[in-house]
Write a protein that binds this ligand. Sequence first.
Ligand SMILES: Cc1ncc(COP(=O)(O)O)c(C=O)c1O
Length: 362
Amino acid sequence: MLVQSERRPRFGTLAACPRRAFDPAGMACCVAVSGVNRVRLQLDQVRGAVNAIDPVFLDTPALPCPPLGHMLGCSVTLKVETLNPVRSFKGRGTETVAAMARRKGASRVVCASAGNLGQALAYSGPRRGLEVTVVVARTANSLKLRQIAAFGADIRLEGEDIEDARVLAREIADADGAYLVEDSLDLATCEGAATIGLELVRDDPRLEVVLVALGGGAMASGVGYAVRSLADHVEVIGIQPVGAPAMALSWRQGTVVETDRIDTIADGITGRYPIPEVLDDLLVVLDDVVLVREDSITAGMRALYEHAGLVVEPSAALGIAAVLEQPERFAGRRVTTILCGSNVGPADFARWVLEPAARVAR
Ligand SMILES: Cc1ncc(COP(=O)(O)O)c(C=O)c1O
């Protein structure tokens, strides 16, 4: 069942935005295009975030993948965000937010997480002298839990999904005075993710379409903002699973739409209550939001394994899933998709990727 909350005016349709000259280096002083200056992010803050981020998360490979492109009927570039200690893009945001928490005098940080944010905060916090507590739903992926524990964070298990965990994280922050990291609402998490967008524009003067997985929205709002500011002609599309569509439905209706159930294997994308401020940003910076089926997500994981030799978790296959579902939309175009995480356990990977691939090969 969907619950439509208070109607908010939709603003910033891209059709209304004057286009600005393309700056391939991404370095020129940006004249904000109409709409972009209403987004919470600012380009100088995003550029400043680069200095706070451990270089291990930066300048990630953008790999052309002709075999995958051949299969999909378009040119494919894979922005690989999995070759770092936490195996996801979330480290960019937690580096930025941990630096901010430290500057504000915090000694402890707490967050709710489906797993990847928690793991990344568990990496970034202690490097700045911060104790880290991560609240995770009881249904969380056991690999992600093990990784969070391995980085030394205190783990609290709470409720059925990320929304239950968010409530407890807020209570812990109120009771202990710990700095609450609210993913996507905390601007630093979006600024960190936006550095991916800086790199995409800097590294590919022919950038044409960028496909971004959409959960709470830190990555899509950050990447969308950077791309929209520096290369406004590029199409930026957010992707959610049909089984976790809250932000996509909200974007389409221009108002927050809450859902009461999550049903997807893409466990990085499980929010049910979109954050209004993030939705407002996404309404300005995204060109479209699409929903993809579960069988397309596993097909995307298989395609990435077979044609690029890459292991990704379901959320990272959403971009390829979108191309599989709408080949005519992307035919002949230059498509870049962000491979945003690879925290998938061996049993799940075997079930979703290896066993079906072996059956086809037989
Ligand atoms: C692998 C992966 N992809 C995508 C997302 C969604 O990112 P965001 O919440 O910034 O929209 C997440 C969120 O944790 C994630 O872990």
